[in-house]
Write a protein that binds this ligand. Structure first.
Ligand code: PMT
Length: 390
């Protein structure tokens, strides 16, 4: 038995010659005291019977979906065939496994297995990319000898490898479970008159990715969203905060959250006298006086309680910008600062990818350029480490 509490695993098995290896995966889970509920597609049963899985898991294959779904800590798809992968990418729900995938909200680890040509097909590549974008963690496939005698990528990873990745996914999940996580995202807009504003290029992608990942890890997430251009994640509380004053009010009302992630680009200045109605165009220059806004993060830092994790973001440029992020960490009493170098067009504002340096009092870690969803995973891994107090 592991020292960790037993986890509830949903194991989806699809029609592939590699289905026999899923038996070993069940054995590894059960040996460590975890509960496995097998979900077999009709095609999977052509390779290994449900009875075999039931015997190894010491429980019946699931026919009633809902109770297992609500309690499961992890959904594992091994082997994942090209056919089921395509169905999942499309959101089909024509059997117990595809229905589970649509209804389940926790972490998913998938181990594809198929012929090398099928794996290399653009349709499979697109389907795989879709699943990855939605946060599914893929293990393999490996390159090796395939059932048809060919050599190539498509072989399901070994059960030990899949098991190790499942344990890592489970470990990641537990620290944020039921924690209250507050995320700010997007860019505030400060009105000049009823139609014009001073704003910034934040799309909300980084903050939305963080909110999604925190929800996937079982946190109770509230997203304070300022004019983002991407849809907020389904199933979490979203509060619109168009201006810096709205964001300040809503953030400070929730200042006791366990984790606060300040990814929004908040205006540092606002027009001191916004005009009501639309200002007509005139020939003279329009001079506007700007007043500084309140620094929300600094106020959160003043109110920070023991054990609370306060994450600031620094949108700055170059080495000197990184230096300023270090200074902000201390000045604003943050637990962690995420520095992104916004002098580069392909990361930071409105880009799909980001490259960041995680700066905390215990050290610094560079996260190389990758999709913002994967950056969110790295940031929340760091938050989990800080919550554990490692
Ligand atoms: O939304 P995307 O297009 O995905 O882009 C992501 C991002 C580049 C906007 C994001 O990763 C990011 O860096 N957000 C912080 C932008 C910012 O305002 O940085 P700053 O260095 O000016 O502020 C430092 C921190 O103080 C930030 O956490 C900010 O939320 C906070 N702040 C700033 C001003 C203010 N009045 N109150 C604040 O709390």
């Amino acid at each position: 038995m592991t020292e960790e509490p037993a986890k509830k695993i949903l194991l989806g098995v699809t029609g592939s010659i590699a289905a026999y290896k899923a038996c070993e995966l069940v054995r590894l889970f059960v040996k460590d005291g975890h509960e496995v509920t097998p979900l077999l597609t009709h095609d999977a049963e052509r390779f290994v019977t449900a009875h075999t899985f039931e015997a190894l898991a010491r429980r019946e294959a699931a026919r009633e979906l809902f109770p297992h779904l609500m309690e499961a800590d992890l959904l594992v798809l091994a082997p994942l065939s090209a056919n089921t992968l395509a169905k999942l990418a499309q959101g089909l729900a024509d059997n117990v496994l595809t229905q589970t995938m649509l209804a389940y909200r926790g972490p998913v680890v998938a181990a594809p297995a198929m012929n090398a040509r099928m794996w290399d097909h653009p349709a499979t590549k697109e389907n795989t990319a879709r699943l990855r974008e939605r946060g599914v963690e893929l293990v393999g496939p490996e390159t090796g000898e395939l059932a048809e005698g060919e050599l190539g990528p498509g072989r399901m990873s070994e059960p030990n490898e899949i098991y190790a990745r499942c344990l890592a996914a489970l470990a990641r999940g537990s620290e944020l479970r039921e924690k209250r996580v507050l995320v700010t995202a997007g860019g505030t807009r400060e009105p000049l008159d009823s139609v014009r504003f001073i704003g910034n290029r934040s799309s909300g992608k980084m903050g939305v990715a963080l909110a999604e990942e925190a929800a996937r890890r079982g946190a109770e997430v509230t997203l304070l969203y300022a004019n983002g251009s991407v849809p907020p994640p389904a199933g979490i509380e979203v509060v619109a905060t168009p201006t810096a004053a709205d964001l300040a009010r809503e953030t400070l009302a929730r200042a006791d959250a366990d984790v606060v992630l300040m990814a929004a680009a908040v205006a540092d200045y606002r027009p001191s006298e916004p005009i009501s109605g639309k200002r007509p165009k005139e020939r003279e220059p329009w001079t506007v006086t700007l007043d500084p806004t309140d620094d929300i993060l600094a106020e959160l830092g003043r109110r920070r309680t023991d054990g609370q994790i306060l994450v600031g973001f620094a949108a700055d440029e170059g080495e000197r910008g990184l230096e300023r992020a270090r200074e902000k960490l201390a000045a604003k009493r943050g637990t962690l600062f995420v520095f992104n170098d916004v002098s580069q067009d392909d990361i930071g504002f409105d880009a799909n990818q980001n490259e960041v340096v995680l700066v905390s009092s215990t050290g610094e870690r560079k996260i190389a350029k990758r999709d913002k969803r994967e950056v969110a995973v790295a940031i929340l891994d760091e938050v989990a480490t800080l919550l554990r107090g490692d």
